[in-house]
Design a protein around this ligand. Structure first.
Ligand SMILES: *[C@@H]1O[C@H](CO)[C@@H](O)[C@H](O)[C@H]1NC(C)=O
Ligand SMILES: *[C@@H]1O[C@H](CO)[C@@H](O)[C@H](O)[C@H]1NC(C)=O
Ligand SMILES: *[C@@H]1O[C@H](CO)[C@@H](O)[C@H](O)[C@H]1NC(C)=O
Length: 570
């Protein structure tokens, strides 16, 4: 009885993209509920929904799509870790505080302003536990603490925050400054080597500005502002400079100023990447990267001409977020990009009421990182799709640097623990003094119902309209219409109660059978007992006569037994 009704409406978006809105009438749902019973219908994949009650009843309501958070935090740098000198100096970095961190295979490496590196390993038991109710429960432990002062002269004197970079392919960590870079082995650090071997990168280019630096498949990309984009190759314990990209290499005749970029692998072959380059003046460019014997860049499309760029990020290469500042206002743009043909269109433009520091995207949403207040924007948030959705704000005081947990780093032993929480994910990072871990979970749209005694016998009709989005541009918007009928009933034997009824019947049957068996056993025993008693009685009568004989026999038996026993022994 599945009478789907599908109709299509075609919209034109942008110069070349046709958007189809698919309309689906879902088969109606009929639900019976008790008074005071809470029932919930979950609309998985729905991005936005509206509820209409044909009877103007308020028994059911919708909860919107949101992300739930649980945060656990523990302080690493205690007041006693600060020295007298810290209080005397007068720079922003004078107090020992965390300035940078990275995700390593099963934990993180964080560095302080005075170049102390902390190696933290996850306590997976705690990490994957569902509620962080217990305060002080530690999701990670400090495995090692190493003073890198010698190799990274106090950052206070350098007056620059370093970047850490982990290259999983070679298990090495790079400590990067604008004018110098060092590398050491993660393995050595994990083994708490007495003398950590640190190598200087001789080929590292001195730059005035050093933005995001990222590793992918043994290549290191570094945004260097007015100097463009530098590319290095990891060779053993070293970096080899291979390319500097300027806008003229892309056939553009402007001054370059790369502030951020996002890189994604493109296609199945190893050698193609797509990079979203954010230029402070020119805006957002989609550039193809082809790695052959040399590395080649080719401009694919000029996505945005907006100046004032701050940050760009994408996880899937399709929903691309860009943050920028214009006058004193901050905005986020979301683009839908097709990496195969370079086509793109603007999904939405959103004004943000606070300063934007950074953007961090997952498959489903992007965190617009502010100073203390952060905003969650869902991907696929095509303006048409999420008309009724309110963006969600979450606060994390002093959040300084964080990363999303990379699922492919998951330890094999913990595979089955994590399978249970399919939608669970987390990010973790640092504040000035502490490490934190935030678990997040996407709460789908739900229709929650509750009715009372007075509503018994009545049926209420609701219409739920919700939008989903497909993976293709073609079915970016699917509008569903779902009728839900709710009957309030008081009789007992329906739905779940049927099961209970059968269960009680079944238990009853077992009880009766059990009792029958016990009865039978009792009766059997009773019969045996009477028999035995009869035998016993006749034996006692005989026994009185043969008493002496019986005891002699007993003694004999013992002797025999002992002898046998002895004879067994050699
Ligand atoms: C879904 O999409 C349609 C068409 O773009 C839009 O009119 C509507 O407001 C959206 N939201 C809901 C809940 O239907
Ligand atoms: C609610 O509306 C439906 C459809 O109009 C109707 O069949 C039903 O009887 C109404 N229920 C109540 C309690 O008014
Ligand atoms: C996660 O780690 C794998 C393996 O190192 C890497 O290929 C992948 O790009 C990482 N994913 C993210 C989102 O960083």
């Amino acid at each position: 009885m599945n009478f789907l009704q599908i109709s299509l409406i075609i919209y034109l978006v942008g110069p070349s993209i046709e958007l189809t809105i698919t309309e689906i009438n879902e088969p109606p749902i009929f639900m019976t509920i008790h008074p005071y019973e809470r029932r919930t219908i979950i609309f998985n994949d729905a991005r936005d929904a509206i509820l209409q009650s044909l009877n103007l009843s308020k028994g059911c309501e919708l909860t919107s799509l949101q992300v739930q958070f649980e945060t656990q935090e523990f302080t690493i740098i205690q007041p006693q870790d600060l020295s007298e000198v810290d209080f005397e100096q007068d720079t922003i970095l004078n107090f020992r505080q965390f300035v940078s961190m990275i995700h390593i295979t099963d934990g993180m490496l964080a560095i302080t302003s005075d170049s102390i590196a902390y190696l933290l390993k996850f306590n997976y038991d705690t990490v994957f536990e569902h509620d962080f109710v217990e305060k002080g429960q530690q999701f990670a432990k400090i495995l090692w603490k190493v003073d890198l002062q010698i190799i990274a002269p106090s950052l206070v004197t350098k007056n620059e925050l370093p970047q850490l970079l982990f290259a999983p392919s070679s298990d090495q960590v790079f400590l990067l400054f604008s004018d110098s870079a060092q590398v050491f082995s993660m393995k050595q650090m994990e083994q708490k080597a007495n003398a950590l071997e640190v190598y200087q990168i001789t080929d590292w280019r001195k730059r005035v500005y050093r933005g995001l630096t990222k590793e992918i498949d043994g290549l290191v990309f570094s945004a260097v502002g007015l100097d463009g984009l530098d590319v290095y190759k990891i060779i053993l314990k070293d970096l080899k400079f291979i390319k500097n990209l300027k806008l003229k290499d892309l056939g553009l005749n402007s001054q370059i100023e790369i502030v951020d970029f996002a890189i994604v692998k493109h296609g199945t072959t190893q050698k193609y990447y797509s990079i979203f380059l954010l230029d402070k003046q020119c805006g957002l460019l989609l550039v193809d990267v082809h790695l052959d014997q040399y590395i080649n860049f080719g401009l694919r499309s000029w996505i945005s001409y907006q100046s004032g760029g701050i940050s760009v990020d994408t996880r899937n290469g399709r929903n691309v977020f860009m943050a920028y500042q214009s006058m004193n206002h901050y905005y986020v743009l979301e683009y839908n990009v097709d990496l195969n043909n370079g086509n793109y269109f603007l999904i939405r433009k959103k004004k943000i009421n606070h300063r934007i520091i950074d953007l961090d995207a997952t498959e489903d949403f992007v965190i617009v990182q502010g100073v203390n207040q952060h905003l969650i924007l869902f991907s696929n948030g095509y303006d048409y799709v999420m008309n009724h959705h309110k963006d969600q704000i979450f606060k994390h005081l002093g959040l300084r640097d964080f990363v999303f947990f990379n699922q492919s780093y998951k330890l094999e032993d913990f595979d089955d623990i994590t399978k249970e929480y399919q939608y669970d994910d987390f990010f973790f990072g640092i504040t000035a003094q502490s490490a934190f871990l935030t678990r997040f979970q996407i709460e789908p749209i739900k229709m929650k119902c509750l009715y009372y005694q007075t509503d018994i016998g009545q049926t209420f009709t609701y219409t739920v309209q919700y939008n989903t989005t497909g993976k293709d541009v073609q079915d970016l918007v699917v509008r569903h219409t779902q009728i839900v009928n709710i009957e309030i009933v008081k009789t007992y034997f329906y739905e779940t109660e049927y099961l209970l009824f059968y269960l009680i019947g079944f238990i009853g049957l077992i009880l009766i059978m059990g009792l029958g068996y016990l009865g039978y056993q009792y009766w059997k025993n009773q019969r045996e007992y009477t028999k035995l008693e009869a035998i016993d009685k006749s034996a006692r009568e005989k026994g009185q006569k043969q008493n002496n004989v019986s005891s002699t026999i007993k003694e004999d038996q013992t002797t025999v037994f002992q002898q046998q026993n002895r004879s067994i022994e050699p």
